[in-house]
Design a binder for this molecule. Structure first.
Ligand SMILES: [Zn+2]
Length: 314
């Protein structure tokens, strides 16, 4: 049963409208996701060192005082395994498609020393950006097909490599927060269940169906591959402690990740049917990206219509 619902927004889009919506509805998780791109880890570092800008910080405090959970959803491989280590330790990084070590994305998922560094840095990051729900989302890079092809990693699927890294993150998160749990982000190349790596205690499923058809419900034939992945992942990891990360309100994607934001056209029927789909699979929490709906959106288009996602008569 879906017990928790969230929205994931950019740090500079934590508006008074969101406060009103979250406090007045059944949404009880605020997820923070820095603007993407190659230097997004720098924005995470900034957030970890200096926190939110003053008015956003006040809004977050107020939401949390009302029991709203705060989570950070972050692609942070450059912080977990700094690329500057490449000079001294190229073996920490992936063997790429051309047969050379490369620090461009992700890491070697079989290198024990690299995994230990990832653990330590995950611990430090969890101390600086604690999750009030104890759910942590420190993810691999936002790319597809950038695995390690070294002899050991070649025996692992992309999903296995991802899980090996998330297990290392989990060990670090747990050192910072005894109840901390790290997500396995099922996304792009890691959308199928792992086959030869097992999740360590605390790792939970976070299913982000980026490859779905966003105009059709998950139960439609167009979304059969994504729906099958969801079912298989739920069977592998369990869904009760898992979370769906959807795109129903992702106005950054619908705007082509280019400002100014376009007008959001959320589809209430699609959202309703998808919520039923995830509920039937047993997911305990569902959240959706809801970026590009900040103050600049409201100036152009007024308060966003959330397509019935937020239920106000709670
Ligand atoms: Zn490797």
């Amino acid at each position: 049963m879906i017990l928790h619902k969230g929205v994931v927004v950019h740090p500079d889009e934590i508006t008074q409208t969101w406060k009103k919506v979250i406090l007045g509805s059944d949404i009880d998780i605020l997820g923070i996701h820095p603007v993407g791109g190659g230097d997004s880890h720098e924005r995470v570092r900034e957030l970890a060192e200096h926190g939110f800008e003053a008015s956003a910080a006040e809004t977050v405090r107020e939401l949390m005082s009302h029991g709203v959970g705060l989570e950070y959803e972050l692609h942070v491989m450059s912080l977990l395994l700094p690329r500057e280590l490449f000079g001294a330790h190229p073996e920490y990084f992936r063997l790429d498609e051309n047969g050379g070590r490369n620090a461009d994305y992700n890491c070697c998922a079989s290198n024990k020393d690299a995994l230990e560094i990832i653990s330590q840095n995950a611990c430090e990051l969890a101390k600086k950006l604690p999750s009030s729900t104890h759910r942590y989302c420190f993810w691999l890079d936002d790319v597809r097909d950038k695995c390690c092809r070294c002899p050991e990693c070649s025996r692992l699927s992309a999903s296995d490599q991802a899980l090996a890294v998330y297990n290392a993150v989990q060990r670090g998160v747990r050192r910072a927060d005894i109840q901390g749990r790290q997500s396995y982000l099922a996304y792009c190349g890691a959308s199928e269940p792992p086959s030869s790596v097992e999740p360590e205690d605390g790792v939970y499923l976070e299913y982000a169906p980026f490859d779905r058809d966003f105009r059709k419900p998950m139960s439609c034939s167009e979304n059969a591959p994504s729906a099958r992945n969801a079912r298989e992942l739920a069977a592998f990891f369990g869904a009760k402690d898992g979370k769906v990360l959807e795109y129903w309100l992702d106005n950054s994607m619908f705007s082509g990740w280019q400002k100014p934001p376009k007008k959001l056209n959320a589809d209430p029927e699609l959202i309703r049917r998808d919520l039923e789909f995830y509920d039937a699979l047993g997911f305990g929490a569902v959240t959706t990206f809801a970026c590009y709906l900040g103050a600049d959106y409201e100036e152009l288009w007024g308060e966003p219509d959330l397509g019935g996602y937020a239920v106000f008569d709670k």
